[in-house]
Design a protein around this ligand. Structure first.
Ligand SMILES: NC(=O)c1ccc[n+]([C@@H]2O[C@H](COP(=O)([O-])OP(=O)(O)OC[C@H]3O[C@@H](n4cnc5c(N)ncnc54)[C@H](OP(=O)(O)O)[C@@H]3O)[C@@H](O)[C@H]2O)c1
Length: 467
């Protein structure tokens, strides 16, 4: 008997050792991945494809060849290339018998906030991604799922209501959407979700580079506390030459330190406007800064040479000779970069504000939407943190049958008409407001909103009464 026990112990021990080494091996191949708070691994580095237009297919294919395993796109109204991303990824799977999954992020556009609108917009995105997709030999599935679906910004309002739709999609269509998150949310916007008792997003994609680092420290701390991964956009300062080709002194000095063989080698281009070879450039310093802060990054380029150059020092795939990870910023240089923004006037730090008047984190009003009034979830146990089925019963005007939307999608050519889902009046109520040129869907003046003259929106009184 005793020897049987010892025997069993011995084999259990062997099993433990073998499984530990298998797990370690897997971890090894996942070294460039971050595990999100919902347990899903996400590559830390990806390719952003905002407005890459007809260069999208080539850019994505090239990036996949190099080992990029995350592509960040957004709804058709916004980037206009989900279909090309899907096609490039699908073709790549086919041609390379790729066993590794490519992680795809897309986003819900502001005009589609609201429960039913969000569900419909999701199907549109999913359909766009899969428009040109053939049956996949690796996954044996003909469809490419959305690995991360983000609310593009809080400008669209109806925060809890929209978030509820993402939770519903994640729960009922887990084969089509894995993780859900937000983008451009400030603490106030995230607090709306937390106070409403909803499970929190696992990612917040925000403008993040050294110039805005200090002003966003509170948001970074908040996200850290709530296990929300920061994914940075604007890491390359939006490609502005006055940062990359003719960098400010602090950035220039730091970059020079990593180029021992001489000055003037830090620039993204040399005098003949050609890429300098084998050099640590400003681009590398900026990306490395983000990585050392544990941000995920999605630098954008539509040009294959730049897509290659940008990840020169980043180990996209461990054990690849082309990505020597031998470039690390010193603590003192990290500190210099962290504090760079303190010496720049506030209005010059946020690049997207200057360029596109886009700073939702600080400026988007708070509008909770309809479903925030549903029962408080705080008392509900972990297993049922959110009982969305119960919620949905209370939203009879929305039909959530995917086929209905898909059929319509095809019937109407490429564009879904917004009249399905039951009670036309209610549905129309949300949509018709978008058609008004002067007012956005919250019913207040677009210009005032953009000018920051409205910073808080009272709840919709009609909806309050309705409930
Ligand atoms: N959630 C949001 O609200 C939001 C907002 C903006 C962006 N994003 C996402 O973030 C991604 C990143 O885009 P971004 O706008 O933030 O810009 P970024 O990555 O900071 O910079 C991209 C710009 O830099 C240029 N560039 C790239 N590599 C370069 C190099 N090695 N040398 C010189 N120039 C270079 C690109 O031009 P070329 O293309 O001509 O190479 C492009 O104009 C987007 O694609 C998108 O996926 C999200």
């Amino acid at each position: 008997m005793r020897s049987l026990q010892q025997h069993t112990k011995f084999w259990l021990w062997i099993l433990l050792v073998v499984s530990a080494s298998v797990i370690r091996g897997q971890e090894g191949s996942d070294a460039s991945k971050i595990v999100l708070n919902d347990g899903n691994p996400m590559p830390q580095v990806g390719l952003g494809v905002a407005l890459t237009a007809d260069k999208t297919y080539e850019a994505v294919s090239h990036a996949l060849d190099l080992g990029y395993r995350l592509i960040d796109t957004a709804a058709e109204e916004s980037y206009g290339n989900e279909d090309q991303v899907g096609k490039a990824v699908s073709d790549y799977y086919q041609q390379n018998h790729l066993s590794e999954k490519v992680f795809i992020t897309t986003k819900l556009w502001d005009a589609d906030h609201g429960f039913g609108n969000t569900i419909r917009a999701f199907w549109r995105s999913y359909r766009e991604l899969n428009k040109f997709v053939a049956t996949n030999t690796t996954t044996k599935s003909s469809n490419i799922p959305i690995d991360l679906y983000l609310v593009h910004s809080p400008y669209g309002g109806r925060l809890v209501e929209t978030w509820d739709a993402l939770l519903w999609l994640q729960k009922h269509h887990s084969d089509k959407v894995t993780s859900i998150g937000v983008s451009n949310f400030g603490i106030e916007h995230l607090e709306v979700l937390r106070v409403a008792g909803r499970p929190m997003p696992v990612v917040n994609q925000i403008e993040m580079h050294p110039l805005v680092y200090q002003q966003r420290r509170d948001l970074l701390d908040y996200c850290h506390k709530h296990h929300i991964q920061i994914q940075a956009f604007g890491s390359l300062m939006h490609g502005y030459p006055h940062f990359l080709d003719d960098p400010p002194p602090v950035l220039r000095a730091i970059t020079e330190r990593y180029n021992p063989d001489g000055k003037e080698r830090y620039r993204v281009h040399n005098k003949d406007n050609e890429k300098t070879a084998a050099t640590v450039t400003v681009v590398h310093v900026l990306l490395q800064w983000a990585l050392q802060h544990d941000f995920a990054i999605i630098p954008k380029s539509s040009k294959p040479k730049r897509i290659t150059e940008n990840v020169r020092y980043i180990p996209l795939k461990p054990a690849t000779a082309t990505s020597p990870a031998d470039f690390v910023l010193s603590e003192s240089d990290m500190k210099l970069l962290d504090e760079w923004g303190d010496h720049v006037p506030y209005e010059d730090r946020n690049i997207y504000k200057t360029d596109w008047n886009w700073n939702p984190i600080d400026e988007a009003p708070i509008h909770r939407g309809n479903t925030q009034y549903w029962p408080d979830y705080k008392g509900i146990g972990l297993e049922e943190q959110y009982d969305l089925d119960r919620l949905i019963q209370k939203l009879p005007m929305y039909s959530l049958d995917e086929n209905e939307y898909w059929d319509e999608y095809w019937e109407n050519g490429e564009h879904l008409e917004y009249h399905s889902g039951g009670d036309d009046d209610d549905d129309h109520m949300y949509r018709s407001e978008y058609d008004d040129d002067d007012e956005n869907h919250h019913g207040y003046d677009e210009e005032d909103w953009r000018n920051g003259e409205i910073d808080y929106v009272e709840e919709d009184e009609d909806l309050n009464e309705e409930l």
